[in-house]
Design a protein around this ligand. Structure first.
Ligand SMILES: Nc1nc2c(ncn2[C@@H]2O[C@H](COP(=O)(O)OP(=O)(O)O)[C@@H](O)[C@H]2O)c(=O)[nH]1
Ligand SMILES: [Mg+2]
Length: 448
């Protein structure tokens, strides 16, 4: 079936050059009607000079370069024309209008990549990596996306899916030709293989919580503590900016303030809050409430303590009021001061004033929240969809193993293996529904 011809602005708007992409079975005919001069015999993958001309009025819209990439040697696998025009938004939109006037339609978000996937140009993990790469907010995020784009994750998952299919084949063989003596040995081997696959899939799935999330959405750290403990000073010191006001007078921070930083290639948002104190003003009270709502979803609370005062009822109260989902780390500040109390073993000693201990603190936080990301060679899963799919596949394998161990019917184990295979197939796209594809590609921008 011939696919409808689609077009979109594929580059950003406002750069020196803007790129319009046209893809589909009628891409050449569409381009031919709006580009002049059209080469007598157009060659694929060669750049031509010409004009975009409105067919009705013959008005020259832009001076451009254009290129044909004949399918299947193109991004989508179809005939693709790219027009390199001037980057102004009015001109680019007018070129799109001209394309539409000769029968192309506007591409939906991610539609080019979806076609590339359907044409077998990339598996689903690579298609998702395209979106991650475009959205990457840090060097580490871009690095992982590039790895996935290279196909490493897809290749691994597809190989694991083949192993599941092979095990399923063996089980089905047992069903067809039962032989009590041999079966026990075969089942033992299948169980061992299942445990091994289970361990691989679940640890890959867990890498999302242990780092993938850090890369895709960044880490959020809330700095909490009593007034004057040095929270705002620490936010400034940890982000290398003078973003937040600091003062010797307590109650300087009324509102919560968010400051962005990047630690070891991981995006970090530091949330500075109004401090706790007994005689707080109405405004501080309000600021505290707002702050609580904001930080309750953070990844870690840093309880900042004035090292000269130590852990008091204010801090204890704060710690016990933290949501159960929010872990905390005690940061012993002002260690530069004479009379600073000894740093407890589970706390990190720092000085916001002269920078002592800040590197240790950053390392501790990263090790705790993003351990597998900063270990360079580890492959991590960066989407919640992939983590969920891996968890479901791993659970099905664990159930299959239990079924075999408990001597239950082999059919039951086989059906669990089918589930595991299907979940893995959904991740690579070898076995995927339109609804899943819709959900994935709707996150893309138009033009990709
Ligand atoms: N000596 C010393 N003073 C600090 C340190 N950190 C903050 N301060 C001082 O403590 C006071 C309160 O700091 P601030 O950051 O506003 O505290 P916040 O209320 O917790 O945000 C200011 O006078 C800071 O200069 C530190 O590490 N050492
Ligand atoms: Mg403050």
């Amino acid at each position: 079936m011939a696919s409808p011809t689609i077009c979109a602005i594929a580059s950003g708007i406002g750069g020196g050059i803007g790129i319009i992409r046209i893809s589909g079975s009628q891409a050449i005919q569409t381009a031919q009607r709006i580009l002049s001069p059209w080469p007598v015999e157009i060659e694929s993958h060669r750049l031509y000079y010409g004009h975009v001309i409105a067919p009705e009025s013959s008005e020259v819209i832009d001076q451009v370069l254009f290129v044909l990439m004949r399918g299947p040697r193109s991004y989508t696998g179809e005939d693709v024309i790219e027009i390199h025009g001037h980057g102004g938004q009015v001109t680019l939109r007018r070129i799109i209008e001209v394309c539409l006037s000769v029968g192309a339609r506007s591409a939906e978000p991610g539609e080019f990549t979806r076609r590339a996937f359907l044409a077998g140009k990339l598996d689903l993990t690579r298609a998702e990596a395209v979106a991650s790469l475009l959205g990457a907010q840090s060097v580490q995020a871009a690095r992982q996306a590039t790895r996935q784009l290279g196909g490493e994750l897809g290749a691994r998952l597809s190989q694991q899916r083949r192993q599941v299919t092979a095990l399923l084949g063996e089980l089905e063989g047992l069903l067809d030709f039962p032989d009590l003596d041999e079966d026990a040995a075969i089942l033992g081997r299948i169980r061992a293989k299942l445990s091994e696959l289970y361990a691989q899939l679940s640890s890959l799935g867990l890498s999302f919580r242990a780092g993938g999330k850090a890369l895709s959405s960044g880490l959020e750290l809330a700095l909490l503590g009593r007034t004057n403990a040095g929270k705002s000073s620490l936010v400034n010191a940890l982000s290398g900016s003078e973003r937040v006001l600091v003062d010797a007078k307590p109650g300087t921070t009324r509102d919560f303030v968010e400051v962005k930083a990047e630690w070891d290639g991981v995006p970090v948002t530091l949330i500075d809050t109004a401090g706790e104190r007994a005689d707080k003003s109405e405004l501080e009270e309000q600021g505290l409430r707002l702050g609580q709502r904001r930080y309750s979803g953070a990844d870690l609370a840093l309880i900042v303590v004035d090292g000269k005062l130590g852990l008091g009822p204010e801090e204890q109260g704060l710690i016990s009021s933290l949501p159960a989902s929010l872990p905390y780390l005690v940061v012993w500040n002002k260690t530069d001061q004479v009379g600073c109390l000894p740093v407890p073993t589970d706390a990190v000693g720092v000085s916001a004033l002269n920078g002592w201990g800040l590197d240790v603190l950053r390392k501790r936080v990263l090790a705790r929240l993003a351990g597998s990301v900063t270990a360079q060679d580890e492959l991590v899963v960066t989407s919640a969809r992939q983590a969920e799919g891996l968890r479901l596949a791993a659970e099905a394998l664990a159930r299959a193993e239990q079924v075999i161990a408990s001597g239950c019917a082999v059919e039951m184990a086989a059906s669990e293996l089918r589930i595991a295979g299907a979940r893995l197939g959904e991740l690579t796209g070898e076995e995927v529904t339109d609804a899943v594809l819709d959900a994935i590609f709707s996150r893309f921008c138009v033009g990709k």
